[in-house]
Design a protein around this ligand. Sequence first.
Ligand code: MOS
Length: 756
Amino acid sequence: MSEPMSEPMSDVLDRSIRFGSNAGQPLTRRDGIAKVTGTATFAADNLPDGLLHAVYLPATIARGRVTKLDVDAARAHPGVVAVYTPENRPPLQGDPDDKPTMFSFRIEVLQDDTVRYAGQPIALVLGETLEAATEGARLLNPDYDMQTPRTGLDDGDPFDVEPGGFGRPAGTTHGDIDAGHAAAAKAIDVTYRTASQYHNAMETHAIVAQWDGDQLLLDVPTQALNMTCAAYAYFFGIPVENVTVRSPYLGGGFGSKAIPVGPSVLAILAARASGRPVKLMLTRQQMFGPVAHRGATRQRLRLGIGDDAALTVLDHDSLSETSTFDDFHEPAANASQGLYAAGAIRSSHRGVRLDIGTPGPMRAPGEASGAAALECAMDEMAEAAGMDPLEFRLKNYAETEPGTGKPYSSKALRDCYLQGAERFGWAGRPMAPRQMQDEDGLLTGWGMGTALFPAPMFAAEARATLRADGSALVETSAADMGQGSWTSLAQIAADSLGLSMDQLEFHAGHSSLPDGGVAGGSGHTATAGGALHAAGRDTIRQLGELAAGDPASPLYGAGNASLVAQHGRLFVEGDPGRGESFTDILSRAGVPELIGSGKAARPPEAGQRHAMYSHGAVFAEVKVDPELCQMRVSRLVGAFAAGRIINPKLAESQLMGGMIWGIGFALHEEAKHDPRTGRILNADFAGYHVPVNADVCGLEVVTVHEDDPFVNPLGIKGVGEIGIVGTVGAIGNAIRHATGHRIRRFPIRIEDLLTA
Ligand code: MOS
């Protein structure tokens, strides 16, 4: 991570920031053609000379010991080059139980013969071909000493999560909880369950590792290039500058590619031991285990309202699964901290240790699972109050952040509610459930849910080089995991320099570039974009000084503060005639190029002054077959306010993607364990379902205008994750409205309705 900038940005909008003709345009992603024509080079497409293929053997039990591996059989197979087990695994310089970066977990790299979860790597085979390595791994034919696995939330003893950084969320209490319960005229006490879900980006984890002496070159998809360098430098005992990461394209990240993972370390280790480049790519099945997942939760919500329907208490306790050897607890109860103006709010997190891989961040960690439960509980409370669910939310609208009393940096949630409701036609909703049927006899229901997601910023750096010909090169190691950041970031950079997109060369996705920070937390556009904008302005500032100090320039003597860069010209604000082109300034000065640099980070005091979230409201229509109980989401309307939208087309695509994940969360995604072995039974796309085109009917996104003067100088929040957040509850509530059945678990299955 880069250091916080030395001169912190003001936490109020920098009024001198002007966007030009690029930001705000619905441009098509720059890498789209390369991706759809197959010319984009993903990590696994790299095939250096002398490449060996690595295949690891995943444990098929969840708890126990490996007692036998037929290493001789594997070694004897033609084309097998090496077999690594805990007995001969070459040493690492850094302890794999350590956490070298902010987003690290203990990794499994054949430390010993213990099996802690199904899918854990228990041996690695290196082959001249993928087929040889695969067959070698098969021939290892392991024996186990198996113990009874614990894979369900009821299989362990709950403990209070000890807060302390990443994956250990703190609980909060505001107001008098007991008094809030006591003051309730009506109350509900409900428990919701969410299933464990696995990151299944289109591109599975892959790595190609090449050593040259103690220089390490990695082709590996990552959401945080420089952090990845730091992690692997630590494990291999080399200076961070010796590690180069190339990550130009990712086929999805979802949070799983923000963390160092054991299989990658094994591949790098095998490359060093063999003296040859090594490629390892996880199969779809192998995605279920060593590369994190969204942990299952059981959430108890106790809500109470007074006679006026104002919430007197919102008490949210979340129990979540984690592994036996590390901590990541889904911060689900966080969802209740910042949304509704209850008299008393408590969020608490408890954990259960199970024989599973350590969970981790997965798109909208915390809020996705937490709001699924909260938004259904709010629907239940509204029903108990005899109120329309939207009216009930407006009644409990928070004008300042509950508990802290902090003002929101901006909050256009009311507009989201109203615009979303209008577009959806919510006003015609009958209050009672099971009132609507369509012409095919399908039960029809309407539900809604609120979305919120924090608007974080990480630290990033960038460089902008203006050339004598008037073009520019901008550089940052930013990651584009499919969200389109290479396009929206370039739009920001072009505006900061007063250039058009075709005058801009944009380099990213390589660790030798200035540290673009982490593409996570929906904060990448704000973070890397902030750094790029600062770099562009630094370049233009230098250009302005050249001109203002040159008697031959029409800008001679003009103060830098009054200068505007647009269309390749620098001119005095309000007096466009007084100015000249970048090329004239540079050529007269005999300067071949100007290099500006920029940093971005949020100064801590900004977060102390304001609560910062994106918001949204999602409205869902479902159709349910009254006999077969098949469910379909027939319409979804999401209205979101996320500050300044840099690229409406890409933002809409992100929000839609989130809403589609919301459909999957509500109706499809669930990893199921075999109770005997602990193995995941549906570890592939045949059994682990995600929404496909046929599951997605009418989908509409409304982006609600929102000016945020405080969140960061560019006024950008984030759109990557929030789409999931409101959608899940909206669908659950719509199913209740259609059928009269309240299902308190996700995903909602046919059998839940059949037996309701
Ligand atoms: Mo994410 S779960 O911030 O990639």
